[in-house]
Each structure stands twice: as structure tokens, then as C-alpha cells.
Write a protein that binds this ligand. Structure first.
Ligand SMILES: NC(=O)c1ccc[n+]([C@@H]2O[C@H](COP(=O)([O-])OP(=O)(O)OC[C@H]3O[C@@H](n4cnc5c(N)ncnc54)[C@H](O)[C@@H]3O)[C@@H](O)[C@H]2O)c1
Length: 269
């Protein structure tokens, strides 16, 4: 018999889609939701074998997970994600829009290609996948939870990321706009604004186009940056998973259109 706190966070019987779940924050979220009992559909652009680490982590823990390989930045691919999920797992209760890309680029170097690539994945796919998910949840008459991964850059720009910051500012407002319209169907829409989380994407961007000396300088800068963070460490993907678990669970039922900042205090540095 589960006690009342266990019941509050229990996702047994729920079906969750996690985009960008093959690695990084998406993997941390997929693992946490699965540990709470949800069946997980991972959607990512990488080959299935690259998503195996996430899948086997979930399965070895007694969870259920399936994989759809898709490029989310092409909205033609989105309908199939909802259809396949409902076909395989019989329902859809939770959508986590996590997949996102970030590339450093000064505004003077900004290209239409980088702008479109970033906006298409980080913002357009979030809007259209959410639209399809919401329609399915309304049809099923059981409400649901939409969780968008924005960024602290949606609140305060880091610099050299204008296309990314614009996309994430859009995600924050999209969250509120959707929340306002779909609350009447029992659907909660919130976003998590992470900052300073250790992921393959962050490691890659830190090392892009840098010489060995520059990489060494970057390492020193990173150590200085971490020591200045109020919590004096960077975050782990599972810690964003904890926030997602809260937003996916009944514990957050009276919360919608909100942003949860999970950044080790980066914004108050
Ligand atoms: N790591 C951080 O500190 C941090 C901070 C703020 C916000 N975020 C946000 O969190 C999310 C995850 O970031 P991360 O650091 O884990 O990144 P990551 O690069 O480590 O992982 C991103 C995942 O998205 C997938 N993906 C990329 N393009 C895709 C596409 N077109 N279609 C489908 N899947 C695609 C990748 O294959 C990968 O599995 C992003 O939206 C990012 O903007 C991260």
C-alpha cells in the first residue's frame, strides 16, 4: 500500500513522450519519470543504438521504454510520434519538449540558416508537437501535463547565443499561451529553465573549434565559473529530472503557465 506522498508522485500507468531523450537532460528526465512508473517513448534524431544507453538504464530498472528516431525540426514528422505512442502504449499523458540545440554565434555572424535551424527545433517543434499532444489529451478526456525545457537564457542572455535566447524566450511565452487555453481541459503546461547542467551538448559547445591552449583556458574559466556559482558545482541531468517529476505528478496540479528555474543559483550570481 503506497502512502500519500508516494501516491502524489506515482506515475504508474501514465505514458510520457520525452524528446531529445537519448542523452543529456532528456535522459535524466526519462529515467526519473520511468522510476516513478511512467512508460517512456524516447524521441530523438540519433540512431537507435545511440539511444540504447537510456533504454537499457530504464529497462534494467524494471521500466518500459520504446524509441522513435525522428528529426523534430521537420513538422511533417510530428503526427507519427503521437500516433505511434498511442498505438504502442495505448495513451498519452505527459509530453516533455526537451530536444534543443545551442551554438555560439555573435550577432554580427548570424546566418538565416542557423536562425531557422534553431527556431525550427527549439520553438516550432515545441508548438506543433504540443498542439498534437493537447488534441489527443482532449480527445481522451483525462487531462495531461506538458513540460517544456526552456533555459535561464530565456530570462537573461548569456551572450553570443541570440538565436537560442530568442527561441527559448519564445518557449517561455508559448508555455503561458498554451496554459491559458488548455487549463479548462485539465492540462497543465509549465516550463523548466535549467542552467549549468553537465551534458554532452554543453561539453561539445565548450570544445567547438578550439585549439589545445584555448581548451585549457576554457577549462580554467569553467573552474572559476563553477566556484562563483552559489552552489559551487554544476548540475546533473537527473536534477532536472527531479523538477520534471514534480511537474508531471499530481504534486503540481495547481501550477500552470509557470517557469521553474533550476540553475544552482546561476541567475543570482
Ligand atoms: N545543459 C544545460 O546547461 C542547459 C541549460 C539550459 C537549457 N538547456 C536545454 O535543455 C535541453 C537539453 O539540453 P542538453 O544540454 O541535454 O543537450 P544535449 O545536446 O546534450 O542533448 C540534446 C538531445 O536532443 C537531441 N536532438 C538534437 N537535435 C534534434 C532533432 N532535430 N530532433 C530530435 N532530437 C534532436 C540530441 O540528439 C540529444 O539527444 C535543450 O533544450 C537545451 O536548450 C540545457
Amino acid at each position: 500500500m503506497k502512502n500519500s506522498i508516494e501516491k502524489l508522485f506515482d506515475l504508474t500507468g501514465k505514458v510520457a513522450i520525452v524528446t531529445g531523450g537519448a542523452m543529456g537532460i532528456g535522459k535524466g528526465i526519462a529515467k526519473r519519470l520511468s522510476e516513478a512508473g511512467a512508460k517512456i517513448m524516447i524521441v530523438d534524431i540519433v540512431e537507435q543504438k545511440e539511444a540504447e544507453a537510456t533504454m537499457s538504464d530504464i529497462k534494467s530498472n524494471g521500466g518500459e521504454a520504446l524509441y522513435i528516431q525522428a528529426d523534430l525540426s521537420d513538422i511533417k514528422n510530428l503526427e507519427n510520434i503521437i500516433t505511434q505512442t498511442v498505438k504502442e502504449f495505448g495513451d498519452l499523458n505527459i509530453l516533455v519538449n526537451n530536444a534543443g540545440i545551442f551554438s555560439y554565434c555573435p550577432v554580427t555572424e548570424l546566418t538565416e540558416e542557423l536562425w531557422d535551424k534553431t527556431i525550427n527545433l527549439n520553438l516550432k517543434a515545441v508548438a506543433f508537437l504540443s498542439k498534437l499532444a493537447v488534441k489527443k489529451m482532449i480527445e481522451k478526456k483525462h487531462g495531461g501535463k506538458i513540460i517544456n525545457i526552456s533555459s535561464i537564457d530565456s530570462i537573461k542572455p548569456t551572450g553570443n547565443l541570440s538565436q537560442y535566447d530568442s527561441s527559448k524566450g519564445g518557449v517561455r511565452m508559448l508555455t503561458k499561451a498554451f496554459a491559458k487555453e488548455v487549463g479548462k481541459y485539465g492540462i497543465n503546461v509549465n516550463d523548466i529553465a535549467p542552467g549549468g547542467v553537465n551534458t554532452p551538448g554543453v561539453t561539445k559547445i565548450a570544445g567547438t573549434n578550439l585549439s589545445t591552449e584555448q581548451q585549457q583556458a576554457m577549462k580554467v574559466q569553467m573552474e572559476q565559473f563553477i566556484s562563483m556559482l552559489p552552489l559551487q558545482r554544476i548540475g546533473q541531468p537527473e536534477e532536472i529530472g527531479n523538477a520534471a517529476l514534480f511537474l508531471a505528478s499530481d504534486a503540481s496540479n495547481y501550477m500552470t503557465g509557470s517557469t521553474m528555474v533550476v540553475d544552482g543559483g546561476l541567475l543570482i550570481m
